[in-house]
Design a protein around this ligand. Structure first.
Ligand SMILES: *[C@@H]1O[C@H](CO)[C@@H](O)[C@H](O)[C@H]1NC(C)=O
Ligand SMILES: *[C@@H]1O[C@H](CO)[C@@H](O)[C@H](O)[C@H]1NC(C)=O
Ligand SMILES: *[C@@H]1O[C@H](CO)[C@@H](O)[C@H](O)[C@H]1NC(C)=O
Ligand SMILES: *[C@@H]1O[C@H](CO)[C@@H](O)[C@H](O)[C@H]1NC(C)=O
Length: 363
């Protein structure tokens, strides 16, 4: 009676010891194998170890960590390893009780209203910085990636230049560096940009151009780095030079107190980083890639409209709705009078009153 009990206890202990050794091994292995990506693995390690040991104990085999980012990039990618990336948070994705729409809804709606933009949604990766945004994204059946950040709740609206707003900006810069390292080129778009025409038709295809960046104001020379650059919309080709640029951009965050990441990039440009890294950067004309700072001159040419020079989400939503109304008005008019030879430059944008007023409202 005593003997079998004793031996079963012993074998249980032996199994437990083996199991624990397994756990420790997997944890060490998974953390050292992701040295390339310390931040990411640090956040995910707890989860990975737990799920891996279950697998290991059940099958006594080690599975490679399933990399969610890679899966989503692979799914969303065009044939030429290009994706479209946007970052969303709760304030952009979930409706306020008083609101009848969200920034995310308007953004997605623009792909439906735009010319040749509908199928681009398949190539869009939405990076959610909080759970609500992620749930909303999944509900809309889009390509969703959950980006975690320690110690910050990104759910609330982040006022321009608040500390958390800046942290959020840096966090996305880190993710974009990661995407480039994996060989994907991308268009980064803020969700307060409406897409009215396929932007790839207006972007340069010249492979020697590493970066194409939108501007708040365009002064006519696409190669002059003293433009007012805007990081709300840009195309970046994945190569060693752009990886070096994003790496430099991201690592300078610790030496950038009080600056938002856009200003840091601007300083890098002013400091001559393009020459140093041999980068070719084209600045995009607001004729095609426009915004509220400088309207596109021509409805017949415009590709994107960014709610820049604007302070609050409510104001942006209000004025972007007006942009979509303008766009429908334009399309309706053109479909009736196509042969009449009306110049598309004779159309005028509705004033961006919400945004103009947003600067007068105190915090
Ligand atoms: C990648 O493919 C898409 C879809 O065919 C095309 O619109 C885009 O211009 C291509 N990008 C480049 C950089 O060639
Ligand atoms: C790309 O740009 C470079 C530099 O301006 C130029 O020499 C080259 O001919 C361009 N290539 C194409 C395919 O247009
Ligand atoms: C770039 O533009 C600025 C301002 O428009 C001008 O002062 C400067 O001379 C230009 N630089 C070059 C190299 O053209
Ligand atoms: C940090 O910023 C200061 C002032 O802009 C600059 O002189 C210094 O070289 C920077 N340090 C690093 C490590 O980039």
């Amino acid at each position: 009676m005593d003997h079998p009990k004793h031996s079963s206890l012993r074998s249980n202990l032996a199994f437990l010891a083996l199991f624990l050794a397994c756990v420790v091994y997997v944890c060490i292995w998974s953390s050292s194998s992701s040295l390339i990506n310390p931040l990411f693995s640090f956040q995910k390690r707890g989860v990975d170890c737990a799920s891996q040991t279950t697998t290991a104990a059940a099958t006594t085999e080690f599975n490679v960590v399933e990399d969610e980012l890679e899966t989503i990039l692979g799914k969303a990618s065009m044939d030429n390893k290009t994706v479209i990336i946007a970052v969303i948070n709760k304030a952009y994705a979930a409706q306020d009780v008083k609101a009848d729409t969200t920034m995310l809804d308007l953004f997605i709606e623009s792909f439906w209203q735009g010319e040749g933009t509908m199928t681009l949604v398949d190539h869009l990766v939405l990076v959610a910085v909080d759970q609500t945004a992620y749930d909303r994204c999944m509900f809309l059946r889009l390509n969703c990636y959950r980006l975690e950040t320690e110690g910050v709740d990104f759910g609330e609206e982040k006022l321009f230049m608040s500390e958390d707003f800046i942290k959020m900006m840096w966090r996305r810069t880190w993710l974009l560096l990661e995407v480039l390292k994996r060989g994907y080129s991308f268009v980064f778009t803020d969700t307060d940009v409406v897409w009215l025409r396929d932007p790839f038709k207006k972007l340069s295809k010249n492979e020697t151009e590493d970066l194409q960046m939108s501007t708040d104001m365009f002064f006519g020379d696409p190669w002059n780095a003293s433009q007012l650059i805007n990081t709300g919309f840009y195309y970046v080709r994945s190569n060693s030079k752009t990886i070096a640029l994003f790496d430099r951009w991201y690592t300078s965050k610790d030496n950038a107190t009080g600056l938002k990441e856009q200003d840091v990039l601007l300083n890098l440009f002013r400091g001559g980083i393009t020459g140093e890294l041999g980068l070719r950067v084209r600045f995009l004309d607001t004729l095609y890639f426009s915004g509220f700072c400088q309207n596109s001159r021509d409805f017949g040419q415009v590709s994107t409209v960014h709610a820049n020079c604007c302070r609050s989400i409510v104001a942006k939503v209000k004025d972007l709705k007006a942009v979509l109304r303008d766009w429908k008005r334009f399309k309706r008019f053109m479909s009736h009078k196509r042969s009449s030879g009306t110049s598309t430059t004779s159309f005028q944008w509705t004033g961006h009153f919400g945004c103009w007023n947003s600067w007068a409202v105190p915090n």
